[in-house]
Ligand binder design. Structure first.
Ligand SMILES: CCCCCCCCCCCCCCCCC/C=C/C(=O)SCCNC(=O)CCNC(=O)[C@H](O)C(C)(C)COP(=O)(O)OP(=O)(O)OC[C@H]1O[C@@H](n2cnc3c(N)ncnc32)[C@H](O)[C@@H]1OP(=O)(O)O
Ligand SMILES: Cc1cc2nc3c(=O)[nH]c(=O)nc-3n(C[C@H](O)[C@H](O)[C@H](O)COP(=O)(O)OP(=O)(O)OC[C@H]3O[C@@H](n4cnc5c(N)ncnc54)[C@H](O)[C@@H]3O)c2cc1C
Length: 665
């Protein structure tokens, strides 16, 4: 099929863009040098023919998909090694550490994913210098391939309830790993099924019968030559899932498997040869990898959404349907304001979380530096931020990815659109690395503690400082500052009500735990409200900061999106605002008009805004979202790849249908 260069609809759209697309790309990539570096890596990666799929993945069997994913993972590793990309070392954004490039090769994840995302970072974060020297090099060279094995069949959320044991035997200076029950089997770790030969096992340390809490151990599970499971190791794959079907998530059980003492990662806690335990300065340091991954999820969530919204907006610009005016041709569906309502918030939300993720990453890096000199003061706030922003970014972005899929009508249901797969990998972020409700409850725990300490005169940490302000009623103000203040009032109101309920429930005789459980719906509301106030504040302040360095044309568009985000959220959360602020019906009417004006203002820049995410066709992997906009041609080309289309009549006709038709069954 010969294609014209670009669909005229998209050509027209690109001509109405009011800002410099490259300037926005550089800003989103955290610098022009990051864009250049990313494009150079992409040029290299996408020129490798072995990394291209001849048959779409969805037409392969489960086993074939796994084998194909392994083949590509190996080629990709080689290419990334040649380009000098540091695997296992995170950066501020998915794009600048090439996660996005990496994942464009696998629509459903890679079996090496956990090697890079958690195995190597845990060695770096939890190993002492000697252990890092030994294991990091081996892992980087792929001499060993590992995963992070924490979750068990019986427990994921409740880490203290994990059952896998590591019992120290001082006679042999070894730990004995054991899985005492079916529910203690590790369940979920990526790559564990048939890919990894080592793993970090989080297990309950016991010395002379005394428990010392969960600690990380590096455990060999397969022979380095034959890849056979080692004696006492029971390992396999957990089966088909909603997504992540090429990640090779696995199960693992131990029958008294012995490992050397120095295989416990000992940066923070140590066990001496004679079985003396030295505790870390803060027992929660063993949970450090989870904090780091939660921080990175905020950017991943924004990136998944930016891919989905690019596909949906490009498709909406080339798709014509129905009639707006009787005597005119069918309009582009992007001209329907309801379509703009579904999609433009996707661009703004992606920006909001991207800019917040850069800020959060900087907070994390700052904490790391302080932690290295024994200062853990920032950890409680960082933990609360990582939990809460992980939750609202993953749930908002996943909801909007699904909205993007539905906004493409029937074609959004096609696997070749890549929207179902994007939904799959996005919704997984709501569960992994801490289930979202549980993470909100962790956030609420930190907020209630801060509130109670604050009421006794203790200072609030920076993102909670507004708790100190008196919640006095003031006139509604629709400026950005006014809306931010209003959301802070909602946050204070919800937290204050939750704390009152907790106090009332305990006063009425409930235990602290029962009171907490009874008030927990309110508590997760308070946690979410704090997260909203943080995101509104950081998104605005980051754009104000960048606004001073970018061109006036770009600054104006960036603020259109900030305003859209603010007004959209105000209308969405109207109930809360009516309860806790002076918002009136008149204000709502004028905000609705403001919202409609903003959609109209953003409309000419819609394609420019998604082009600025700078996703090559190979990254989007979508029949609907390609840069040239030839969606129908691509849909047909992909349909022809269905194995059923290889022959005009399928054998099942002769075997079953014909006898049925002839009444000969
Ligand atoms: C680089 C180039 C090449 C390209 C390749 C790139 C590839 C990279 C791809 C990257 C993509 C990323 C994909 C990642 C894939 C991830 C796959 C998934 C992995 C997992 O899911 S691993 C398992 C995760 N599991 C969890 O998250 C479990 C959740 N549960 C918990 O975290 C906890 O148990 C809890 C938070 C629920 C707490 O439970 P509990 O009540 O038991 O708590 P405690 O009583 O023990 O403690 C409460 C106090 O401790 C503080 N606390 C809790 N957690 C932390 C923490 N992590 N840090 C600091 N402090 C913590 C609380 O605040 C409490 O403090 P207080 O003072 O007592 O109030
Ligand atoms: C795609 C994917 C990849 C994963 N990869 C890995 C991996 O590589 N390594 C690894 O170790 N793990 C991995 N996991 C496991 C993951 O971390 C856990 O599934 C997650 O932490 C949730 O724990 P759970 O499954 O035990 O859920 P549960 O805790 O059983 O949650 C079930 C329900 O109970 C509720 N609930 C639980 N506790 C509470 C509470 N205290 N208060 C209120 N409600 C509660 C939850 O809100 C939820 O509604 C992965 C999971 C997925 C889906």
């Amino acid at each position: 099929m010969t294609l014209k260069k670009v669909n005229p609809d998209l050509e027209k759209e690109r001509s109405t863009c009011t800002f410099n697309i490259e300037e926005l790309t550089n800003l989103l990539d955290t610098g022009a040098h990051c864009t250049a570096e990313r494009r150079a890596v992409e040029d290299k990666v996408f020129s490798v023919k072995e990394l291209k799929d001849e048959i779409p993945d969805e037409f392969l069997s489960h086993k074939e998909r796994y084998e194909n994913a392994i083949r590509k993972s190996v080629f990709l590793h080689k290419v990334l090694q040649e380009t000098g990309v540091k695997r296992g070392v995170y950066n501020r954004s998915d794009k600048s550490d090439f996660r996005t490039t990496y994942y464009s090769i696998f629509k459903d994840g890679s079996p090496f994913m956990l090697q890079y995302s958690m195995f190597v970072p845990t060695i770096l974060g939890q190993g002492d210098s000697e252990q890092v020297e030994l294991w990091y090099k081996r892992a980087l060279n792929m001499e060993i391939i590992g995963t992070y094995a924490q979750t068990e069949l019986g427990h994921g959320t409740f880490i203290r309830g994990l059952e896998t044991e590591a019992v120290y035997d001082e006679k042999t200076e070894e730990f004995i790993l054991n899985s005492p029950s079916l529910s203690s089997y590790k369940w979920w770790p990526g790559g564990l099924g048939h890919t990894t030969n080592y793993c970090i096992v989080m297990a309950q340390l016991k010395i002379k019968g005394k428990p010392y809490g969960m600690q990380p151990f590096i455990v060999q599970i397969r022979d380095e030559e034959t890849h056979m499971p080692l004696p006492g190791v029971k390992v396999g794959e957990i089966g088909a899932k909603l997504a992540f079907n090429t990640v090779n998530n696995g199960f693992l059980g131990f029958e008294h498997v012995r490992i050397p003492r120095r295989h416990m990662l000992m940066r923070f806690s140590q066990v001496s040869k004679d079985g003396k335990f030295t505790s870390s300065a803060n027992p929660k340091l063993a949970y450090g990898t989870m904090v780091m991954v939660r921080v990175t999820i905020v950017n991943s969530a924004a990136t998944y959404l930016s891919r989905a919204v690019t596909i949906a907006i490009r498709y909406s610009a080339v798709r014509h349907q129905s009639k707006l005016k009787q005597n005119e041709p069918e309009p582009q569906i992007l001209d329907y304001v309801t379509q703009q309502h579904k999609l433009f918030i996707g661009i703004a939300t992606s920006h909001a979380y991207m800019f917040c993720s850069y800020w959060l990453w900087d907070v994390y890096v700052m904490y790391q530096k302080e932690q290295n000199v024994g200062n853990f003061d920032r950890l409680p706030e960082l933990h609360a931020l990582a939990c809460c922003l992980k939750v609202i970014s993953s749930s908002d972005c996943t909801g909007l990815v699904e909205k993007c899929r539905m906004s493409c009508g029937g074609h959004g249901f096609m696997m070749s659109s890549n929207l179902p797969q994007l939904y799959g990998i996005s919704t997984a972020t709501c569960t992994y690395e801490g289930e979202n409700t549980v993470m909100l409850l962790q956030t609420a725990r930190a907020l209630v503690k801060a509130w109670e300490l604050g009421s006794r005169g203790r200072p609030f940490s920076p993102t909670m400082s507004y708790f100190a302000e008196k919640n006095v009623p003031s006139k509604w103000d629709s400026s950005l500052e006014g809306i931010l203040n209003a959301f802070q009032k909602v946050s204070i109101g919800k937290l204050s009500s939750s704390v009152s309920s907790l106090q009332e429930y305990t006063k009425s005789g409930l235990s602290a735990e029962d009171a907490w459980n009874k008030a927990s719906v309110q508590l997760i509301g308070a946690a979410e409200a704090w997260g909203r106030a943080v995101v509104l504040s950081i998104y605005k302040s980051e754009i104000e900061r960048y606004g001073q360095t970018v061109s006036p044309a770009l600054k104006s568009v960036l603020f259109d999106l900030v305003e859209l985000y603010y007004v959209h959220l105000t209308l969405e959360k109207m109930g809360d605002l009516l309860l806790y602020t002076q918002l009136s019906e008149k204000d709502v009417v004028s905000l609705r008009k403001k919202y409609e004006d903003l959609l109209e203002k953003i409309r000419p820049n819609a394609i420019g805004l998604v082009d600025a995410f700078d996703y090559r066709d190979e990254v989007l992997n979508s029949t609907l979202g390609s840069y040239d906009g030839f969606a129908y041609e691509r849909l047909m080309t992909e349909a022809m790849k269905s194995p059923l289309n290889a022959e005009p009549v399928n054998q099942s006709f002769h075997k079953y249908i014909k006898p049925l038709m002839k009444g000969k069954l």
